[in-house]
Design a protein. Sequence first.
Length: 668
Amino acid sequence: MKKLYTLAVGALIGASAVAQTPQETNLPKHKTQKATQQEVEQSNRLGDDQQRPYDPSRDTHLFYEDFANGFDGNNGVGAWTISDIGTGDDVWMVADANSPAGEFSTNIDPLDSETADNGWVIFDADFYNTPVSGGVEDLTGTLTSPEMDFSGTESVKIAWDQYFRYCCFSPSPLTVEVSTDGGTSWSVFPAHGDFLENANEASPNPFPTQVDVSCAAAGESSVIVRFGYDTAGETGYSHYFWGIDDVRIFETDVVNDLRVAQVTNGDVLNIYEFWVTPMEQAIPASDGGLVVGTMYQNYGTGDQENSVFTIDILDSDGNNVHNVSAEAFLIPAFANDPTCPNTPTDTLYIETGWEPSEAGEYTVRTTIASDATEEMPEDNTMEKTIEYTANPGIYGHDYVPLLDAETGVTDSEDSPGDYEPEGWGNAFTFVNDDITVWGTSIRFGASTDENAFFNAQLLQFDPAEGVNGANVVPVATTAGVVQSSMIPTGLASSTPTWILFEDETSDIIAGEFYYMGVSNNQPSAEALTFYGMTNSDSDFSSGAIDQSGAGDFIWFLSRTFTPAIRLITDEFVSVDEVSTQNGFHMGQNHPNPAVESTRIPFNLDQASEVRFEVYDIAGKLVRTINKGQVAAGNQFIQMEVNDLDAGIFSYTMIVDGKFTSTKKMVIQ
């Protein structure tokens, strides 16, 4: 059996943010518009709730609060206590019809909890700091329960409805805390559930959340629970809101209940996770083979002895092509975990010793079992379908069956009638550096406008500095405009558009970090959108163009949305060879630099409609040459350039309105 190791990292998604996401020095600028459905979707829960919801058939009620009497309490135990640093009106408030009411949160809907009609509470940071022109404060505050007696309990879980948005650092400032000594000391648990931590993005509304606090509260006779906003006193948390309602505390009566919560086909802490992988990027069996990560949880009150993870790999016909089991180990119940506060989820990584022998789809199946008889075995197994590609190789974080959303656009503040610069991308690492990267595959969204300009760049970056760091190295680039044939009528009709780089890229270095970004760089009258999926990005490999607090539009990693932007790689063929797969090839113009005229050679496998477009360095279309139907064979176009200003231009050949190839030329 190959090497394996366990990591008590909480959710996979949380640990990855620490490992690969630098602390940005430029933070996204506040957005003043209402949180859109797109932003809500991008909060990106993993799918199923991370915890089982309260079930009276198996759980014991301990405490319930619906805030029908505000902070005075409607729980049969006592009142809540609020505290914050506000020097005027309190930041904690009993919500009303206008909540949240701050400058940045105006017109956002109220919390849509089960009992919102009879009252809920809000930490309204925006309202406290409005107007912003008068200055803002970093805020901290707590909402503390009455004292409760949990003697005799074996587990204690807290569940509540919430929604929130916070600013300005990605780590969440939201906590739920437990004290058993009258408030002298507190055990601190994260309260953002499975929301992917990201400043300025809104959670779903409502966002049911559950935290197991058994290690701190189970069996204790004097328990106080509090909801805390930035009780650590970190700077940079000044805006938006936190709404809370329907707080329930309960004990589970289930003893043996293990669960597989997520499966990844990669070590998301170091090499990212890819749904689609080129054959030449498969990890060799001699180096450990495919790494499978399994996020798991013990929901029961009993320790699970001799817990074993089994990994099965199935081919497209359902045949088991590989099997490996990890060494047995103990998974303690939350109340018995020697580490407290403990993480809601642990992750086991297993080097399976398997590498694919041929391209195709494979299913990775993880099963967990222990010595005890499982009371809820339906979630002890989880599968994930992955794909290996060849000729050419496709490298991507997205998975076509899970594409479910389109990116949006934002109206420009400085250029009325235009959209703000838009851009999305993904980060990549390579196992093997003996390859060629020759282009990108993009699924443009249905809202993209014809003639929208885009710039595609492959960058090498240092994860400690980010994509905007001083040591970023451009590796490959191309530019062009979106043709009508590249724009689908909807998600179901979307197909990838292949864009060739101007020069093939063979200097990929294994182990280094790369970023493939597609953007329009500046305000534009044409919308540029992409399809992607909201239910993934466990490795925080995605990024987007956003406006920093300084007003610049720059790349920000750790977006909670995975765009369908891939790399096209192959170690066997050159750019020129691959560019002919769609029936054409365009050569470099000659002379280059050009003074008065230049000739562009091209070849067609069959008669096709041909059009050439020329763009200046700012992406402005300066010339269109429509050749119409052109016969198969070697051809050329003679282009006069003496009326164009000196500089660098790009020229694009569009074949049959769909296939494109772009190169650069210089005019003197």
